[in-house]
Ligand binder design. Structure first.
Ligand code: BGC
Length: 420
């Protein structure tokens, strides 16, 4: 596998609310505790990563990975509008210091689905001043967080468009309780945001955050991440497939054109059908999430994206949900091979982050879905590294590009100029 450029980031990803535990001031926590709740179970202590981050970063380093993607929690950093917690910022500074001590590049996401309850009450992404409020928080956090290797503004900004129907279909019985718990319409919670809010305030918030982070940390590459499925077409459905691409991805990729990178998050394939439906290929093997088991999707997405947009790609998420860890190992090997082929064909890919480092809280579905390279015993919080993690480590060694550890960063200059 000679395709991977020197300094390529090989990592694993997590998100604050899914692993930290005790994120009590967030809108998601409020929704989890509504009765009845849209959530299968509450996040509770999750993987207690807030206290065990050093152990988890050590696992990343011991696996031979040179990068870790994690998110910082707005609800902890700005618990009330304009009031910033120095203790929370210190915590995340310690996370970055722990990465640097192990020569692990810290890729920091500023918004991964959750926000302070007060922001939800003001309307979330639907609020006219969301971009300004988000950018203020990003400025303050970026000022405090020296040593980030790269910054992701908003995780999967396009997800409410991609998966909106899935979330709304689950809503009706518990919607009223959810809105009472939140003190706001459900559309104030990111996953239920209106399309217009995402395309308006969401894209504006990304641009404002990019400028805010860039002003505090010039030289740190900044981008947003997007949920991008491999899009395919059944007989006679080519135009429907193309229409999906234009609606779900193109406006975001056009907006990302000047960014230092775009985070690609690919799990599977969606096949458009002539009857107007779209879903897994007929007869396909499905994962526990109900997605087609399709590791080849990653290379296909990188090829498609690179053919039209010349934005450097960071694969910020790709992973396999399921109990079968040998299948996970095979999935990773095939996905990485597809990525190597895409790079050989000209795709400009700067990193690969497996989702997720830990088995964690899969939002409305609770803890039943297992994406992790590492199992977590929820009674004891004991971590057990799975064999698939060793597979990823072996692939990284074979690629021979992680030797620079995090030291060679930033890989991408602030103007988008590439360092080869
Ligand atoms: C999200 C993660 C989520 C994963 C698996 C992505 O949509 O960024 O938070 O756990 O996919 O569903």
């Amino acid at each position: 596998m000679g395709a991977f450029p020197a300094g390529f980031l090989w990592g694993a990803a997590t998100a604050a609310h899914q692993v930290e535990g005790g994120n009590v001031n967030s809108d998601c926590w409020a929704l989890e505790h509504a009765a009845p709740s849209l959530f299968a179970e509450p996040s509770g202590d999750a993987a207690d990563h807030y206290h065990r981050f050093a152990e988890d970063i050590a696992i990343v380093a011991d696996l031979g990975l040179n990068a870790w993607r994690f998110s910082i929690e707005w609800a902890r950093i700005e618990p009330e509008p304009g009031f910033y917690s120095m203790a929370a910022l210190d915590h995340y500074r310690r996370c970055i210091d722990a990465c640097r001590a192990r020569e692990v590049a810290a890729v920091v996401t500023f918004h991964h689905f959750t926000q302070p309850r007060w922001m939800a009450r003001l309307g979330g992404f639907g609020a006219a001043d969301f971009p300004a409020r988000f950018a203020d928080y990003c400025s303050c956090a970026a000022r405090a967080l020296e040593g980030m290797a790269a910054a992701c503004t908003i995780n999967e900004l396009n997800l409410p468009l991609v998966a909106g129907r899935y979330f709304h279909d689950r809503v009706s019985p518990a919607a009223r309780a959810a809105e009472a718990a939140l003190g706001a319409p459900l559309s104030s919670f990111f996953l239920f945001s209106d399309e217009a809010a995402i395309l308006g305030q969401g894209l504006a918030a990304h641009a404002a955050a990019r400028a805010a982070i860039g002003a505090e940390r010039p030289g740190v590459p900044v981008g947003m991440t997007l949920a991008i499925s491999e899009e395919d077409a059944g007989p006679g459905a080519e135009a429907l497939r193309d229409a999906r691409r234009e609606r779900l991805y193109a406006p975001f990729l056009d907006a990302a054109a000047g960014d230092d990178f775009v985070g690609v998050q690919t799990y599977s394939r969606t096949v458009s059908r002539a009857d107007g439906g779209a879903g897994p290929a007929r007869g396909a093997v499905l994962t526990t999430m109900g997605w087609e088991d399709r590791p080849e999707a990653l290379g296909a997405v990188c090829r498609w994206l690179s053919a039209r947009w010349s934005i450097p790609i960071m694969v910020t998420e790709n992973g396999y949900p399921g109990e079968d860890d040998s299948r996970r190992a095979a999935f990773i090997a095939t996905a990485v091979e597809g990525l190597a082929e895409a790079i050989a064909q000209g795709a400009d890919v700067r990193g690969y982050f497996y989702w997720s480092l830990l088995d964690n809280f899969e939002w409305l579905l609770g803890f039943g879905q297992r994406f992790g390279l590492v199992a977590v015993d929820r009674a004891t919080q004991r971590r057990t590294v799975k064999p698939s993690a060793a597979t990823l480590g072996t692939l990284v060694r074979a690629a021979g590009t992680a030797g620079t550890k995090g030291a060679g960063l930033p890989l991408i200059g602030p103007s988008g100029a590439h360092r080869d």
